[in-house]
Design a protein around this ligand. Structure first.
Ligand code: PLP
Length: 355
């Protein structure tokens, strides 16, 4: 049962850590804001939520999610404009995806008041934690964990939904070097690749570290069955510009995460006059395009870095280098997305939620 009533209690800290926050020197992921939102699910209902001073959690060692990974999350950004206006980029899309992930992981869905209103109220309280500098933002991390103190494998009866916030500076400003991965697999049809559940990321670390030892930053996953078609990179979707057309792997096998940045990029690129194809894209097609000089650009799209430039893509010993000074699509897209959220360009799709 889901209650539609907004029921959020606010308990403010008397001991702010805002003086530890230096917008000139942000260490992403290390510093969190003064407050967090927490709500408990028990016996089929979401109870009252509280926004309270940021604190550690204490839990029973047998807590379900620690052992069996019933754990999901989202990543969203809030920005502060020069005038002090605070906006969140397309959070309803993250809300929908969160509940899709919840269903796949046999977890309860979260009501809109809790996710959306809870997030807005928390950000309102924490607005001083949002850096104003260019390319800076407040990273919003909603998540849910299964909290039964029970070590049997079954869906938990208890859950906690939480939102924590941390300031974020420019991310991945260096162009990336990417290795095409043909041995390890991120997601299989029928699996959980479309969900943002914790285990997907734990399983990705080993092959990524192997690639880093070879001098790459990240890997480009390929399909599990044949390792023939490309899928995505780390926490970003991927786009290729071949002979003037933008091509991005399709979502239909359920093995590629349905990125909000990806969806926004497809709309904007089409408005800018590009042809965008969502379809299977094979390594062979990429290499052939490169050999004939038609592979113009490769870039990543995701909330963390928005648009990430890729300067090298390799398949085994075959290395494809890109002269980024010749890139046009990725920089134009990045500027467009930035201009929309900073108000330089009209938000005609209604993507910004104002706080
Ligand atoms: C979060 C994520 C993305 C990017 O999604 P956005 O909604 O654009 O942030 C892409 N791939 C994976 C595996 C992800 O976890």
């Amino acid at each position: 049962m889901i209650s539609n009533k907004i029921d959020i209690e606010i308990i403010k800290t008397s001991d702010s850590r805002i003086n530890q926050f230096d917008p000139q020197n942000i260490q992403f992921g290390k510093l969190y804001s003064d407050h967090m939102l927490i709500a408990h699910y028990d016996n089929g209902v979401w109870g009252k939520a509280t926004i309270e001073p940021f604190r550690n959690l204490s839990m029973h060692p047998a807590t379900t999610f620690i052992h069996y990974g019933q754990s999901i999350f989202e990543g969203i950004k809030a920005y502060k404009g020069a005038s002090g206006q605070v906006v969140i980029f397309r959070p309803e899309e993250n809300y929908k995806r969160f509940n899709t992930s919840a269903e796949r992981m046999q977890m309860p869905t979260v009501p809109e008041w809790l996710f959306m209103d809870g997030m807005k109220q928390l950000i309102k309280i924490e607005k001083d934690w949002i850096p104003k500098e260019e390319d800076h933002s407040l990273y919003i991390r909603p998540f849910m964990i299964a909290t039964d103190p029970f070590i049997g494998v079954r869906p938990s009866a208890l859950y906690k939904f939480m939102i924590i916030l941390g300031p974020s500076g420019p991310y991945n400003t260096e162009p990336m070097k990417i290795l095409i991965e043909k041995d390890f697999t991120r997601a299989t049809p029928g699996g959980v690749g479309f969900a943002k559940n914790g285990g997907n990321y734990g399983a990705s670390l080993y092959p990524v570290v192997l690639a880093q030892k070879k001098g790459y930053d990240q890997i480009l996953w390929t399909d599990a069955l044949e390792h023939k078609y490309v899928e995505e990179v780390g926490m970003m979707n991927v786009m290729f510009v071949i002979d003037g057309k933008v091509i991005t792997p399709s979502l239909e096998r359920g093995t590629v995460l349905k990125g909000v940045t990806r969806a926004s990029a497809i709309i904007l690129l089409r408005e800018m006059g590009y042809t965008v194809e969502e379809r299977n894209l094979s390594i062979e097609e990429i290499v052939t395009a490169h050999k004939s000089g038609k592979l113009e650009e490769v870039f990543g799209v995701g909330t963390a870095a928005v648009v990430s430039f890729i300067c090298r893509l390799a398949e085994g010993d075959y290395v494809m280098d890109f002269d980024l000074t010749k890139s046009t699509v990725a920089p134009k897209l990045k500027k467009k997305l930035n201009d929309i959220r900073t108000g330089l360009e009209e938000d005609k799709h209604g993507w910004l939620v104002k706080i």
